[in-house]
Design a protein around this ligand. Structure first.
Ligand SMILES: [Zn+2]
Length: 293
């Protein structure tokens, strides 16, 4: 490494450290609202009118759980699960019941490893209760949050300990995959969102989504390495002025390569997110006895 490279790497490390603490992670501010809008679009007619009427609210509030982390330090733990801390895929060591998991590993361990699947199950119940009571305020709150958590479960790096590439010298990967790529290429994404379906067991389904995403995490990490290969250091990163700050960013050249190597993975995960969000909303509504909202 020459001196320039060392300085650049150090700057990149410091800037990612500053901008990308775990608390600032989640599908970006562009992807979450899009997911909610597409979820509304595919809902069955009997419940769609209510959701369509509040589509703007649901889109705007889709990012609220990420903002809520600033007010509540526990909120951050609801958005991920480092499931690889519990052994090997498909992680039979980890009881799917929260109470059983806590009994086995202790509450502190289970909570700090992330509680995303249990949060999804809890908010499905809460949404269903709110629908039964026809409590509009609570419905919008629960639907926004539930949608956010379900979408986060589709981000492969939300399911691994190496959530930002920090253990493999790939720091900042989290935002590159889930925020920058949708921002840069999202215009052309086709949302092929399938029809929503009733989820028999919301908790088992949440774990199913986590496992599915988890299987993609290796590719997310490996393809990032592949995308950097052969790009000289000075073409890999660039300084960008943003909101009065100077940030070091990966270059367009890197993103073009990484995006191509991912071969539609981000787009597929976004579409799958929208379908699952709609399915969870639909399930809550069916479980509430199909109320006229
Ligand atoms: Zn999140």
């Amino acid at each position: 490494m020459n001196r320039r490279t060392i300085i650049l790497s150090l700057l990149l490390f410091c800037s990612t450290l500053f901008f990308l603490t775990r608390d600032s992670l989640g599908w970006g501010s562009r992807a979450h609202p899009e997911i909610h809008r597409h979820a509304v679009r595919v809902l069955p007619a009997e419940m769609k009118a209510f959701f369509e009427r509040h589509a703007d609210t649901l889109a705007a509030r889709s990012v609220e759980p990420d903002l809520h982390r600033r007010a509540d330090s526990l909120e951050g733990y609801y958005h991920f699960i480092d499931i690889d801390r519990y052994g090997a895929y498909p992680f039979p060591e980890l009881p799917r019941s929260y109470a059983e998991a806590v009994k086995k590993f202790g509450k502190a361990t289970v909570d700090t490893n992330g509680t995303l699947p249990w949060r999804i199950a809890e908010f499905t119940r809460r949404l269903s209760d709110a629908m039964r009571r026809k409590d509009e305020r609570e419905i919008l709150y629960c639907a926004s949050y539930l949608g956010h958590y379900v979408a986060d479960a589709h981000v492969p790096l939300h399911t691994v300990e190496n959530y930002d590439g920090q253990l493999t010298n790939q720091k900042g990967l989290h935002a590159r995959w889930e925020s920058r790529i949708p921002e840069m290429y999202g215009e052309n994404f086709r949302y092929d969102v399938g029809a929503p379906y009733r989820i028999e067991d919301p908790l088992a389904s949440a774990f199913g989504i986590v496992l599915e995403s988890h299987l993609l995490a290796d590719s997310v990490l490996a393809l990032d390495m592949e995308a950097r290969e052969g790009i000289p250091e000075h073409e890999l990163m660039k300084m960008v002025e943003r909101r009065g700050w100077t940030e070091l960013r990966m270059s367009e050249k890197y993103y073009a390569r990484y995006y191509k190597l991912l071969n539609g993975m981000v787009e597929r995960q976004l579409a799958a997110s929208a379908r699952r969000v709609a399915s969870y909303w639909y399930t809550a509504w069916v479980d509430a006895g199909r109320p006229d909202l």
